[in-house]
Design a protein around this ligand. Structure first.
Ligand SMILES: *Cc1c(COP(=O)(O)O)cnc(C)c1O
Length: 390
């Protein structure tokens, strides 16, 4: 019943639906760790792969399969492999595609745990990573070696909203014989579709906008069936699989993804414009603002600005903490992607372990704040922030 030319919104609510014998309307949640067979012969056929079907939930589960089909339809991917968290997705991607002796070129401005995974953990297993600028494709080319197998990027970056030109990086990756993986967590397919821009792989922390309501952890890796084969094999064997319960939450989250991203982007733009008009604000970082240095690129590869707004207040840490501590509604937490707006001071939280010199060099100054705009009324979000600004 799924048509290839259905629109995004239709795919978001209709794809991945396989009704059971009860003909339920809403997606069923299959909380079972294993599946039974009709006979010894069928068990043998399932295990040998001669007959498709479920065996054990570390391999497949119908609710997880439904989520995978739906997210694949939205990203325009041939195959999706769901994982227990966003970091499990990035680990599974690396373990599925790379071997000892391989080399990664990665953007420097990526999620902190991804830096640790690449720089410390994979390194112990003989996989080296070179970190380069997110926005300069020539650095990626220069850093590439004959054993470079993977390019890894997150766009926009956190917290400075720096964009990477996905099509340009895809061209460089192709030239040097590497696969380009994009962490599409901040945008989601409602805003940006990396595979259409030439990327080979998309990874997600579903924990953020795909859930959208801050309930459960999950992740996904998407790409061609050929590339995902190794990722799936790693997952089946090593086990960082998505639970059926979490898959069900994410399935329902996808149904409202675009309207949430649109509402949150609209409020984020309103907030960004307001901040830009405030004399006590030094600078606003938001790809939907014409003042963003990569505004033209944002218009090409993103359909909206997204829900994250970063800004620098005049007066350093003291002034920034005053804004945080003056809020009465916005949650003080480093998390993002929730329907509830959140605020964080990167220099003393998410980026607190980096040396002050390196932090300054990365542009994460003491006056910087990051707001992940939720679904509350935009005027209430602005009013809450205005308490400490001025
Ligand atoms: C949160 C996050 C991750 C990690 O996801 P978890 O679900 O917390 O493991 C990876 N990348 C980005 C951009 C994130 O924001």
């Amino acid at each position: 019943m799924m048509e290839d030319d259905f629109g995004f919104d239709t795919l978001a609510v209709r794809s991945g639906v396989h009704r059971s014998q009860f003909n339920e309307h809403s997606e069923a949640m299959y909380l079972t760790s294993s599946f039974v067979f009709e006979s010894a012969e069928q068990a043998a056929a399932r295990f040998s792969g001669a007959e498709p079907g479920n065996i054990y939930a570390r391999f497949t589960n119908p609710t997880v399969t439904a989520f995978q089909e739906r997210l694949a339809a939205l990203e325009g991917a041939e195959t999706c492999v769901a994982t227990s968290s966003g970091m499990a997705a990035i680990l599974s991607c690396a373990m599925g595609l790379l071997s000892a002796g391989d080399h990664i070129v990665s953007s420097r401005s990526i999620f902190g745990s991804t830096v640790q995974l690449f720089g410390n953990i994979l390194k112990r297993f003989g996989i080296e990573t070179t970190f380069v600028s997110a926005s300069d494709p020539s650095e990626w080319e220069k850093a590439s070696k004959p054993n470079t197998r993977l390019f890894f990027v997150e766009t926009p970056s956190n917290p400075l909203m720096e964009l990477s030109d996905i099509a340009a990086l895809a061209a460089v990756a192709k030239r040097v014989g590497a696969k380009l993986a994009v962490d599409n967590c901040f945008c989601t397919p409602a805003i940006q579709k990396p595979l259409e821009l030439g990327a080979d792989i998309v990874v997600h922390s579903a924990t953020k906008y795909i859930d959208g309501q801050g309930r459960v952890l999950g992740g996904a890796v998407l790409g061609s069936a050929e590339l995902m084969e190794g990722v799936r094999n790693f997952l089946r064997t090593a086990g960082p699989t998505m639970s059926a319960f979490n898959a069900w939450i994410f399935l329902k989250g996808l149904e409202t993804l675009r309207i949430r991203m649109e509402a949150q982007s609209r409020s984020a733009l309103e907030l960004a414009k307001w901040l830009e008009s405030q004399p006590s604000i030094e600078r606003v970082y938001y790809p939907g603002l014409p003042s963003h240095p990569q505004y033209e690129l944002a218009k090409i590869q993103q359909s909206m600005g997204g829900a994250i707004v970063s800004f620098e207040v005049k007066g350093g840490r003291e002034a920034a903490w005053k804004v945080v501590d003056s809020t009465r509604m916005i949650s003080i937490t480093a998390n993002l992607g929730d329907s509830k707006s959140t605020i964080t001071h990167p220099a003393t939280t998410t980026h607190g372990r980096i040396s002050p010199e390196a932090r300054e060099a990365a542009g994460i100054r003491e006056g910087l704040l990051r707001v992940a705009v939720g679904l509350e009324s935009a005027e209430d979000i602005i009013a809450d922030l205005s308490r400490g600004i001025g």
